[in-house]
Design a protein around this ligand. Structure first.
Ligand SMILES: [Fe+2]
Ligand SMILES: [Fe+2]
Length: 292
């Protein structure tokens, strides 16, 4: 792997640029059924598009099987920091968008809008909690990680890349293209082995899944772990690695996705009013301190 300079670390003016771009690609919840979205998206041009392209170029070039193993070894021991939940949200909010501080809500507001939209629809309280935490893994940026190693669509490593992944042409830059085993349909895996046996590209999804895996029900853990796996939950590019249990659990991932993507609203929720509910919810499921 080549050394990474600072422009390669942060090609986007903020992490939100990636999420705004997802909205261009999947403009409405029904785009899951239309099948044409990806092509329309590829032909769509906006001023922000170049930085998003560059972001995916770097993501697809550097997210190798080996890179994923390195990051797992680095971050999954959870020996970096220990914080209370509320300190953790303050920490996450240090991730500010310096290019455009007025128009974007902070990270906590996005989390709260997601969880409130879930609550409004009467879903179980652990799903509300999942909404509140789903992007906590973005703290990886505050540990010095590059944007393309924190956000972006995730995908399996160690097997052939689906052409349903956004900007698939950039995988030509990934050294794994020269590893014969990684280029077969199943790669290091076996047919319908189940996603629990599959290594995903490294980012905030995998990290927050491991952070909370002992505390919330399995359906919530699937939402955390696979919420950026658009090439499967929207495009079905990896049915051949899924088992029946994954298929059952992905109903929850699909239920969750619109709350993440379409709950953004310029008006921040009233935190003072909501605080007591969330303090009880957090105390019900989580320990006093969380490890990072
Ligand atoms: Fe996310
Ligand atoms: Fe999100």
């Amino acid at each position: 792997m080549q050394p990474i300079n600072s422009t390669e670390k942060n090609p986007l003016s903020s992490l939100d640029v990636w999420e705004d771009d997802l909205l261009e690609r999947y403009p409405d919840p029904e785009s899951i059924a239309k099948g044409k979205t990806t092509e329309e998206y590829r032909n769509y041009e906006t001023p922000g598009r170049d930085s998003v392209r560059e972001f995916y170029r770097l993501n697809h070039m550097y997210q190798t099987y080996e890179f994923v193993q390195q990051k797992r070894a680095e971050f999954l021991p959870f020996d970096k920091k220990e914080m209370s939940v509320w300190d953790a949200f303050d920490f996450l909010n240090q991730l500010v968008d310096d290019s455009d501080p007025d128009t974007d809500l902070d990270q906590f507001q996005h989390l709260l809008q997601t969880s409130e939209a879930i609550r409004r629809d009467g879903h179980p309280d652990w799903m509300v909690l999942t909404g509140l935490f789903h992007d906590m893994g973005k703290v990886l940026c505050l540990f010095g990680e590059a944007q393309w190693a924190v956000v972006g669509d995730t995908f399996p490593v160690g097997c052939a890349w689906s052409d349903k992944i956004v900007y698939p042409e950039f995988f030509q830059l990934n050294p794994d293209k020269d590893v014969e085993q990684y280029q077969t349909k199943y790669g290091v895996y076996s047919p319908n082995c189940g996603l629990r046996n599959v290594h995903m590209s490294w980012g905030h999804d995998e990290y927050v899944y491991h952070m909370l895996k002992d505390y919330i029900p399995e359906a919530g853990l699937y939402m955390l772990r696979y919420h950026s796996f658009y090439s499967q939950h929207r495009e079905h590019g990896y049915d051949h690695l899924m088992d029946d249990h994954d298929r059952e659990m992905f109903k929850w991932v699909n239920l969750f996705n619109p709350y993440d993507l379409y709950s953004k609203n310029p008006t921040p929720p009233n935190w003072t009013e909501l605080k007591p509910y969330y303090e009880d919810l957090v105390a019900k499921y989580l320990p006093a301190k969380i490890k990072f």
